[in-house]
Design a protein around this ligand. Structure first.
Ligand SMILES: [Ca+2]
Ligand SMILES: [Ca+2]
Ligand SMILES: [Ca+2]
Ligand SMILES: [Ca+2]
Length: 482
């Protein structure tokens, strides 16, 4: 419900009652509109995670049992923090319950890698997942994805590294709505079905500032309602962005992405479209010469093949937009679980930064130089005496009580985020959640105020243009595109 329609719906009520209802309604509205965390964007930006619920400390690297990650995510309504860092080796797939915040940024050492099988976020409504690695691998369940979502709504994945899927690596299929994948790495889907992701739902997906690398195909394959902005696609083989290839209708915005051919690449950035694929595309670059230098150019309309062209973008959530070269620099610097990059992601960055000379798909992760997930250092978590998820030192410096677990659920500054979330947001912000600051840091070029305004974009000929003047949709529950 938009604010305006809320007010309209109350116009028949008495003045006093009306005022009270408005206040109540606006308070609920304000709560519902809170981004999952500062910097959360796209269709999934309003996911609520485990806000106000229980805190679960992952205390060991065991596959199951008390203190394990599997146990942590098995019950709804939790914020999951980590007292350990390292590799969690799992046998069976892990199913995530609803209303969970997986706060990977809380882990000490080099953070957390979950290795050995995949993750299901089906019906994990309101999931917030940040700064963690999910690496499936050759012992994972055949025909399953690294991450799969088959049903559910309101989820956001931020700075997640996912690799080595045995079907796709990160796929969304079915009645799924309002999901964002931002600042992630989707890499090295295992041959013989090495695939980035099949993303098909009419419920609204945002794929933002994410790196697809070393996937043979489906980087990604897209059907339904989605926006795809500022992503980098490197070293695909048979197909990068697949335009539906379907009899069903799709409605997509595809803007300011960078497609960079690697050693294995032999094909165009966009393939397998038809007139069911309704696309607004602008500012997408391709660098196809594999010469070690980033020197691509904007893709002309002919390079999209047969599609149903749209003159204006669909009225999807307004998201930050930077130039494709800046998106490349940003991916190189900070895509994936980047607070501490592991050996796998560092290896992938050596390929990406080669700009055409390094990169290959793999059939088994043990063939990599680090023979699997590599070494992920542990480290000691800061002392949290009352176990509310906030370390004693942070509590003391922020006027909280390190001997009172109840204050973690409080909201001292009344901004909607609990005190625990403030602490967790701050861990991520140490890297910089302001995309403009990150763009400047990544490129070393732009000064404050000189960045391209967020509403501007290019048209397919490379001319800048203003997007649709339509207001930001406040809710988008499964409504298909026009
Ligand atoms: Ca080049
Ligand atoms: Ca505490
Ligand atoms: Ca406390
Ligand atoms: Ca707060």
């Amino acid at each position: 419900m938009r604010v305006s329609s809320f007010f309209t719906s109350r116009q028949g009520a008495g003045a006093l009652q009306k005022t009270g209802l408005w206040c109540l309604g606006l308070c609920i509205w304000a709560q519902a509109q809170l981004p999952a965390f500062p910097g959360a964007e796209g269709f999934g930006r309003f996911a609520t995670g485990g806000r106000g619920g229980e805190v679960y400390h992952v205390a060991n690297l065991n596959d199951a049992g008390p203190g394990s990650f599997r146990d942590a995510v098995s019950k709804p309504g939790r914020t999951v923090v980590f007292d350990v860092g390292g590799v969690i080796r799992i046998q069976e797939r892990i199913m995530v319950a609803a209303n969970i915040y997986i706060a990977g940024q809380s882990a000490p050492g080099d953070g957390i890698t979950v290795y050995g099988n995949g993750m299901s976020f089906s019906n994990a409504d309101n999931a917030i997942v940040r700064y963690i690695r999910f690496r499936m691998g050759s012992n994972g369940t055949l025909g399953k994805d690294g991450i799969t979502i088959a049903e559910g709504h309101d989820m956001i994945f931020d700075h997640v590294s996912v690799s080595w899927g045995r079907d796709e690596t990160f796929s969304i299929n079915g009645p799924v709505s309002n999901v964002t994948i931002q600042n992630c790495i989707v890499s090295q889907g295992l041959q013989t079905h090495s695939a980035g992701g099949l993303l098909q739902t009419n419920g609204g997906l945002s794929i933002l500032r994410t790196l697809y690398i070393d996937n043979h195909t489906r980087n990604p394959k897209v059907k339904g309602v989605s926006q795809f902005v500022n992503n980098v696609i490197y070293n695909w083989e048979v197909a990068a962005y697949i335009e539906g290839d379907s009899d069903s209708a799709s409605y997509v915005n595809v803007e300011d992405n960078y497609f960079i051919n690697g050693p294995g690449t032999g094909d165009d950035a966009f393939t397998r479209g038809n007139l069911n694929f309704h696309i607004y595309a602008a500012g997408n670059f391709q660098d196809g010469n594999k010469n070690g230098t980033l020197d691509g150019a904007i893709l002309p309309p002919a390079k999209y093949g047969t599609v149903a062209w749209q003159a204006k973008p669909y009225d999807y959530p307004i998201v930050t937009k930077i130039t494709p070269p800046a998106a490349f620099a940003l991916a190189l610097a900070q895509a994936g679980a980047s607070l501490k990059r592991d050996e796998v992601d560092l290896f992938l960055m050596t390929e990406l930064s080669s700009l055409g000379t390094k990169g290959k798909t793999i059939s088994n992760e043990t063939d990599l130089p680090m023979h699997g997930p590599g070494t992920v250092k542990g480290g000691a978590a800061p002392v949290d005496t009352d176990r509310d998820g906030i370390p004693d030192a942070w509590e003391k410096s922020h006027g909280l009580d390190p001997a009172n677990a109840a204050d973690g659920k409080g909201d001292a500054d009344k901004n909607g985020y609990t005190n625990l979330e403030e602490y967790l947001n701050g861990l991520a912000a140490s890297e910089g959640t302001d995309i403009r600051a990150r763009e400047r840091a990544a490129t070393g070029k732009r000064e404050p105020g000189s960045a391209r305004p967020r509403e501007q974009s290019y048209d397919a000929e490379g001319k800048r243009k203003l997007p649709s003047a339509s207001p930001l949709p406040l809710f988008h529950r499964g409504a298909p595109g026009p």
